[in-house]
Design a protein around this ligand. Structure first.
Ligand code: FAD
Length: 392
């Protein structure tokens, strides 16, 4: 039986474990976090990724955990409502698309995968030869695997060890993103509260039944691909901001789970070398701005497992088939990021006024259905831009 090590128990890693088992491989998964990470932020699942969940028999449990968001409300400095928008339209979702908390999705995938997880550990060295890969773990032990797959996110350790430094592959989009848990009272249930200012946007949302809210900070910034930015960067970037931003910044400073990173895409000439391959954000992060990272991870895991199974004992052929099928799909989805970012962080007070006015008049305009479908259509097209191989 082929032993496969997967680094990273996120969306792509957990889905990959499920499909590898289904194809008769023996996967082991190593996750840096000391325990499963619940919660996080909300993510979308669309198009071909919904087909993958369906083929795993997981579409129903995933739909059952939909965030239930209903409205986006745009607010000015003093908290006055400027405009509202349907939450699905705001998220660029078409009829069948699902929005779910990342932690709920990974829990559903992990439970279904039913393999042993090595939590609180990671890969520190890889030595590959023609027949296998010798892996050293942070805990100090060594093991040999037939294949190693990095599913460890945009700052992948496997990618760094096998393909070189992060700076060679991360392509920053000139913005940072921060997200953290904040007290429920700062949010409104099933509503996305948004306060845009030139070059920066703050949002808070509380999903259906959630005991707390999530704050989201987006801001233009110089590139920072080499180091993780310090939380103090956030208060600097939002100095003087209106609405509840000072309160949200104070809550972010105390949050146990502040995530702060430069928004970047990952671009690589090849997603494999010998017996080591990459899947999901590790290989082709589209950035949070694309709204498609989760779907890319699910589809990538499905396609990779199928290609490796089809290739039998020839991993190079399997990795090559995976890339051939995934490349155009990845390109279409990575391309969404810039366009989305332009609507998420506006450059000037004039642009904010224009967007707000458009949102206010849109429901009353003739041809509004066509205009609305123009928002979701490019996302829908990218999300379905792949022919999936048959399920095993
Ligand atoms: C703030 C934010 C908002 C987002 N919004 C959306 C959205 O609306 N829609 C959408 O589709 N996508 C969104 N995304 C992107 C989405 O979360 C990812 O694209 C998706 O989760 C990709 O899955 P992945 O498994 O490749 O990576 P991840 O889900 O990041 O999983 C990687 C896993 O690897 C683990 N890991 C990291 N390093 C190591 C290591 N050295 N050893 C072992 N394990 C390691 C991590 O702990 C993690 O569990 C967002 C991302 C962020 C950060």
């Amino acid at each position: 039986m082929t032993d496969v090590l997967i680094s990273g128990a996120g969306v792509a890693g957990s889905a990959l474990v499920w499909w590898l088992r289904r194809h008769g491989f023996r996967p082991t998964i190593v996750e840096r976090a000391p325990a499963p990470r619940d919660g996080g932020y909300k993510v979308d699942v669309r198009g071909a990724a919904l087909t993958v969940l369906d083929r795993m028999g997981l579409a129903a449990p995933v739909r059952a955990r939909d965030t239930g968001m209903r409205l986006a409300r745009f607010l000015d400095r003093s908290g006055r409502q400027l405009a509202t928008m349907d939450a699905a339209l705001f998220g660029g979702r078409s009829a069948d698309d699902v929005e779910i908390m990342r932690g709920d999705l990974t829990r559903i995938l992990r439970t279904a995968a039913d393999v042993e997880h090595r939590f609180g550990d990671s890969v520190t060295a890889l030595h590959a030869d023609a027949d296998g890969v010798d892996v050293t773990f942070a805990r100090g032990d060594h093991r040999r695997f037939d294949l190693v797959i990095g599913a460890d996110g945009p700052h992948s350790a496997v990618r760094r060890l096998a393909f070189g430094p992060a700076s060679a592959h991360l392509r920053p989009l000139g913005h940072h993103i921060a997200i953290c848990t904040v007290p429920a009272a700062l949010g409104e249930e099933r509503v996305e509260l948004l306060h845009p200012e030139p070059g920066r946007t703050v949002g808070v949302y509380r999903t259906a039944g959630a005991p707390d809210a999530r704050a989201l900070f987006l801001f233009r910034s110089p590139a920072d691909v080499l180091g993780r930015p310090h939380p103090a960067v956030l208060s600097g970037a939002f100095a003087g901001a209106g609405w509840r931003v000072p309160e949200l910044l104070a809550a972010a400073a105390d949050a146990p789970d502040l995530y702060l990173d430069a928004m970047s895409r990952v671009r690589m000439e090849s997603w494999s070398t010998g017996r080591i391959g990459l899947v999901g954000d590790a290989a082709y992060a589209a950035s949070p701005a694309s709204g498609q990272g989760t779907s890319l991870g699910l589809v990538g895991a499905y396609v990779l497992a199928a290609a490796l199974a089809e290739a039998g004992g020839r991993p190079a052929a399997g990795f090559a088939a995976y890339e051939r099928r995934m490349r155009p799909f990845v390109a279409a989805n990575q391309a969404l990021a810039e366009r989305n970012l332009k609507g998420m962080v506006l450059g000037s007070a004039g642009q904010i006024r224009f967007q707000t006015t458009m949102l206010r008049v849109l429901p009353h305009l003739p041809g509004r259905e066509r205009m609305i479908s123009r928002v979701a259509e490019p996302i829908r097209r990218a999300a379905t831009a792949i022919a999936l191989p048959d399920a095993a």
